[in-house]
Design a protein around this ligand. Structure first.
Ligand SMILES: [Zn+2]
Length: 370
């Protein structure tokens, strides 16, 4: 974007700061979304009573490749209002929560530290912003899973069964031990992809035998170019640990990114559904397990090379758990030869990893001694 064009932006100062930030990291340019559109802000109240502003319609945004992760696809969105001061009677303060990275949850503080030296205009100078007040966030009810038949009760030719078998998993075991099944009908009216839910494999999350969340996976490889979601999870499911009830029976646990990786590490393994341990998950782990092996996926990115930043993230998680008081924590020592996710390497290889990288945990898990 030429400088005369960028001056037409709603927040050229912020834009130029992001251009500099991008040059110093990925250097893939800054994209502008919804140019000229003003945002509508909604005021929300946290449980403690503190107020924060949330955009209910985005307005002009700047997209850059996130400097805090291995992003190469412009996944960090920054609203033109980021960093502006609000003197609106409902909310007095600086708008810092109007940026997010699609890969992670927590980037705002780091971003703020880097670009807080920019001089921002006051909110009134940036134009029309309607502020609407809303009460405390309502606790949404979990969307029903639909009518589910467990895998071990399905015909062996059902796509959910054949697909999992083709990837080396045992559908009977998944059905009996984890309640994994196939959705045979789903009536939720809010769900636009309702048709796509039927036939999918559903993975329930149980905490103290209560269903707290679920995820579903397309039963097969998603055809190229199709809009079918490979994984789908309803809102609120992201903060829970998959496999919690099964792992509760052991003194140690293994933390994986994906559900199928956790399955290969056995019943002491749980899936966190990403690369970040959320506060809710940390609370659930601390005090419950004394031995933890962190086993994030070994690779990331287009070339499927081992990603050093990701290793940092695994190490960060190890430090995070130690800092929170878990006595024994290790991370898997992946090597450049490890290119596949634990979900793709089978039970035996995962067992060898535990034996090699956390022998103490290995001896604590009876299913490895059989
Ligand atoms: Zn990021």
């Amino acid at each position: 974007m030429l400088s005369s064009e960028s001056d037409k932006l709603m927040n050229p100062g912020l834009y130029h700061t992001l251009v500099e930030l991008d040059k110093a990291s990925h250097n893939k340019g800054v994209k502008v979304v919804n140019q000229g559109c003003t945002a509508t802000l909604e005021l929300c109240k946290r449980r403690g009573g503190a107020t924060y502003a949330k955009p209910s319609s985005g307005g002009e945004e700047y997209k850059i490749c996130c400097p805090f992760c291995s992003d190469g696809k412009h996944r960090l969105y920054v609203s033109y209002l980021y960093g502006t001061e609000s003197t609106n009677p409902g909310y007095v303060g600086t708008l810092k929560n109007l940026a997010y990275c699609q890969n992670e949850q927590e980037v705002k503080r780091e971003l703020w530290d880097i670009i807080s030296t920019t001089n921002y205009a006051s909110l009134s100078k940036l134009g029309l912003v309607r502020v609407r007040e809303s009460g405390p966030a309502e606790k949404k009810e979990l969307m029903p899973m639909g009518e589910v038949v467990p895998l071990h009760e399905l015909n062996t030719f059902h796509p959910a069964v054949t697909y999992l078998k083709s990837r080396g998993f045992n559908p009977n075991y998944l059905g009996k031990s984890y309640g994994v099944g196939a959705v045979i009908s789903h009536q939720h009216e809010e769900l636009r992809m309702r048709k796509l839910l039927t036939g999918r494999i559903v993975f329930p999350y149980y905490v103290n035998r209560k269903l707290v969340a679920w995820q579903s996976r397309y039963a097969g490889e998603v055809p190229k170019g199709s809009s079918i979601l490979r994984w789908y999870y309803p809102s609120g499911s992201g903060k829970h640990l998959w496999g919690f009830d099964n792992a509760s029976h052991f003194q140690g646990c293994i933390l994986c990114e994906g559900i199928l990786s956790a399955v290969n590490f056995g019943p002491a393994a749980m899936a966190i559904g990403g690369k970040v341990l959320l506060p809710h998950m940390l609370d659930a782990i601390v005090g419950k397990w004394s031995n933890v092996l962190v086993a994030l996926d070994p690779d990331a990115g287009i070339n499927r090379n081992v990603d050093l930043e990701k290793h940092d993230r695994q190490q960060k998680m190890v430090e995070q758990l130690k800092g929170a008081g878990v006595p024994y924590v290790q991370g898997v020592a992946w090597t450049p030869g490890d290119l596949r996710d634990p979900g793709d390497i089978g039970v035996k290889a995962c067992r060898e990893i535990v034996k090699r990288d956390h022998p103490m945990l290995y001896h604590l898990l009876p299913y490895y001694r059989k």
